[in-house]
Design a protein around this ligand. Sequence first.
Ligand code: GDD
Ligand code: MG
Length: 331
Amino acid sequence: MRAVVLVGGYGTRLRPLTDTTPKQLLTVAHRPMVEHSVGHLAHHGVTEVVLSMGFRPDAFEAVYPDGRCAGVAVRYAIEPEPLDTAGAIGFAARDAGIDETFLACNGDVLTDLDIGGLIERHRTTGAAATIALTPVDHPARYGVVPTDDNGRVLDFIEKPPAGEAPTNLVNAGTYVLEPSVLDRIPAGRPPSVEREIFPAMAADGTLFAMASDDYWVDAGTPASYLAANLHLVDHPEGGTHPEARVDPTARVCGSVIGPGAVVAPGASVDASLVLDGAIIRENARVEGSIIGPKANIAAGASVTGLSVVGPGTTVESGERLDGIRRPEPEG
Ligand code: GDD
Ligand code: MG
């Protein structure tokens, strides 16, 4: 089975971390997000992945120059301009010559989803497409997907107004697709799979879905990106990287500290993500926040409340950042 993985978005909700780095190259437990998603696909038998790229394709090519990612052969489909989610799936699938049942996935989702089970369900119902669903607390941020008892999708409502979601089951961003779906994707403009293709398929009864309680997170916001990292804190590959330097008088608790990062004497880091090469200087305090690569938190500064400090950015001595992004993203 082949899979198209969408990694072409701008990652605006994660700015300034994504100002120049694509979201899927940000690390979760010290490995780029895309390696988790591609590795998960490989674990379920996927042998070739087409990375559907738009923003900074060169960054992926630099990290995976030999066309392999997480042990899988990857092919790069580079869009001439942003094609939106359906346009991206169509472009990548055609570029790779896909002409049989295939998978498509959002590249910012980390999950233990049983893909084999999803494919099996897809074959049983004879659907043109089957989407994985997951229960969430705040469905309005996602694609909301009511189904009948047989799993037939009744409607697909992308990001409904708050309080108007008919169910808490949402699109988990993994799809099994028949090549016939490609014929529904118009050329010449950027069509959205969530706002156009899936609603049309729901209307003609060819779209099915299957819910599961498997671990699932869309790591596309500061809160969920931090949570995805903290989820793996106790994993042998999470926590403090062997190439980080934490002073014995520093206090690091429930946090991910990247390679080359330094936590100086008397500093404390709690429930946070400190990315590669960042420096937390003497007596600084970091709590529930994300410190970007090579950022510099000066002595005695405090960074709390889901603050996000961008790559190479300094927080001066004695400053207090609480729920702040630095630098503040434009727009
Ligand atoms: N190649 C390409 N081109 N990729 C794109 C484009 C594009 O124009 N636009 C977005 N993507 C990629 C993003 O990089 C991401 O991996 C994926 O498509 C989904 O985009 P997001 O921007 O992360 O969407 P979302 O999180 O708001 O909503 C989507 O995901 C939810 C679950 O994770 C939707 O699919 C929702 O329905 C879904 O519930
Ligand atoms: Mg997302």
